[in-house]
Design a protein around this ligand. Structure first.
Ligand code: NAD
Length: 547
């Protein structure tokens, strides 16, 4: 059940300064009298809707997206109901500010824009007392933690402790998109040092000026954090975010059979991409089993998507080896082939027999893929010749440029539609504006995992899950794809309208919870009305009567 607001005896300024209790100018006359607020607020009482109108105008008035981010952060720190009402009602406009792409800029400028602390930092200096450090967080009923070590922030690389913007932003989306109560959310950044020389040279940098911790000391730090979190919050869901890829795969494999943990970059991205593929197939008329995929980038996102496609093919009856041969990868060293030396473990299953190839266009011509999926954090590598080749090889080429932020997209929406004569089924990681081509308007889909992770988190919380499995992500992908309407597809959009995200998250939560109960990955019994249970757990940003 949702936490009830508890004033804990707070009155006057203390009340105004508590972001989970503050209503600002919406405190009623009676509340002002009884709670010692009379005179501390301007006289006129506003409704929540009036407040939203005012703050939205202020946001729009700001001269840049970074300024909008700073303003929204301060609003979140002042009045969470108002922040979430504003965000939820204007998700299309504000999600790109609160999350990618602007959050990337905010992390890069974190030391300059830091105002008020949120979340918990853990560093090697805290070894042996991480439990006590977590205890300093004021809320004790934590149900979901997003944790990063800042090594691979979006496609921006190692931002060290400045990565804190990511777990904060991501948790804001858990609340805005799936109604996970803000009191249940805890952002954590492991400051394990940084190898980013610019941060070492920056006198304002707020993290530890030490090289990145590696090996056993790093693992012990993470292990102490994981144990402390589970001990303090036995029902917690842990989401790993923006770790460097060597650690991301290792940590996921080390903990997934022991705790309720998932890595959104690997698993959430996979589900959103697979959902986009299912929708695209409704347009191309093909079957998943007939497709060949070529990935640009063989890291967390790429391998995660490849693994989930393979799972889906195997569930459909295809042999594992054959399913893997449907997915080809191209990385910074060229096509991933069996004879290449020094392949890291996560690429090996996808290293097929083929001569080495350093040129992506040549790889497209040789492999004749139906879909190219960009997850390389390298801008503009889907060049005009590449897109034209895809359009020659396929009536409806599937072209996903999923890298974030916008500046890293493998090609823009305009390029994909323009170079394919409007035939591409396109999705990007960060949003692109609609494109008009020969009088036809295309609305590019945003293959943003914000369609997936909030619902997954909600489902895991509602079911009291003890583990997270790939089957849950496969179910999420099918659920998301099933919510794409014929109207969406008619305008070129392979994902549903983001305005429906709460409805989508609830449907995904139900699908995930069904898997949890079916597989017995919980100590709880399935409620008679699971859907009602999920909906009753969703926080709705509105003011409670305190008196
Ligand atoms: P990663 O560091 O794990 O992997 C990056 C991969 O790209 C590596 O295999 C690397 O070899 C390859 N690469 C680098 N330069 C290349 C080049 N010039 N040509 C070909 N390959 C190259 O990173 P990741 O977690 O997989 O993320 C990659 C990108 O995907 C990032 O920009 C990230 O923001 C984005 N992403 C998007 C979403 C989404 O929801 N749309 C989700 C997760 C990640």
């Amino acid at each position: 059940m949702l936490p009830r607001p508890d004033l804990c005896g707070k009155r006057g300024l203390d009340l105004l300064r508590d972001p989970l209790l503050n209503k600002g100018t919406a405190f009623t006359e009676r509340e002002r009298d009884v709670l010692g607020l009379r005179g501390l607020l301007p006289p006129r009482v506003h409704t929540l809707d009036e407040q939203v109108e005012r703050v939205l105008a202020t946001v729009r008035d700001k001269p840049s997206d970074l300024e909008r981010y700073i303003y929204l952060t301060s609003l979140q720190d002042r009045n969470e109901v108002l922040f979430y009402k504003l965000l939820g009602d204007n998700l299309d406009e504000l999600m790109p500010i609160v999350y990618t792409p602007t959050v990337g800029q905010a992390c890069q400028r974190y030391s300059q824009i830091f105002r008020r602390a949120r979340g918990v930092f853990v560093s090697p200096a805290d070894r042996g007392r991480i439990r006590e450090v977590l205890r300093n967080w004021p809320h004790h009923d934590v149900r979901i933690i997003v944790v990063t070590d800042g090594e691979r922030i979006l496609g921006l690389g190692d931002l060290g402790a400045n990565g804190m913007g990511i777990p904060i932003g991501k948790l804001a989306l858990y609340t805005a998109c799936a109604g996970i109560h803000p009191r249940w959310c805890l952002p954590i950044t492991i400051d394990a040092g940084t190898n980013n020389q610019a941060l070492h040279d920056d006198p304002m940098y707020m993290g530890a000026k030490a090289p990145r911790l590696r090996g056993a000391p790093y693992d012990e730090l993470v292990d102490e954090l994981m144990s402390a979190a589970q001990e303090l919050y036995p029902d917690v869901v842990l989401q790993l975010e923006d770790f460097g890829n060597a650690n991301a795969f290792r940590l996921l494999h080390a903990y997934r059979d022991r705790t309720c943990v998932f890595d959104d970059d690997i698993q959430g991205t996979a589900a959103v991409a697979l959902a986009g593929i299912y929708s695209s197939l409704r347009e191309t008329g093909g079957k998943l089993a007939e497709q060949r995929f070529l990935f640009m980038g063989a890291g967390e996102a790429g391998i995660g998507i490849g693994d989930l496609i393979v799972d889906a093919l195997v569930s459909g009856g295809m042999a594992l080896a054959e399913a893997r041969r449907r997915c080809w990868f191209f990385d910074s060293r060229g096509l991933v082939v069996r004879d290449r030396e020094g392949l890291v473990a996560h690429k090996v299953p996808f290293a097929h027999d083929h001569p080495p190839e350093r040129d992506f266009l040549a790889a497209v011509e040789a492999l004749r893929p139906n879909a190219i999926i960009g997850v390389s954090a390298t801008p503009r590598v889907f060049t005009e010749p590449v897109v034209r080749a895809m359009a020659r090889l396929n009536q409806r080429p599937i072209i996903f440029a999923l890298s974030n932020p916008t500046s890293k997209a493998e090609c823009t929406a305009e390029e994909a539609y323009g170079w394919s004569d409007g035939r591409a089924l396109y999705a990007s990681g960060s949003p692109f504006a609609p494109v008009t081509l020969n009088g036809r308007r295309f609305v590019p889909g945003q293959g943003n995992n914000a369609y997936i992770f909030p619902g997954v988190g909600l489902g895991l919380i509602c079911a009291g899950a003890t583990r997270v499995t790939d089957e849950m992500f496969a179910a999420s992908a099918r659920t998301l794809a099933s919510m794409v309407t014929a109207e969406d597809l008619a305008m070129g959009r392979i994902y549903p309208d983001l305005a429906r995200v709460r409805e989508i998250s609830a449907a995904i939560a139900i699908a995930v919870a069904e898997v949890v109960f079916a597989r017995g990955l919980t100590r709880r019994a399935r409620p008679a009305d699971l859907a009602a249970d999920v909906h009753a757990t969703m926080f709705d940003p509105r003011y409670e009567e305190y008196l």
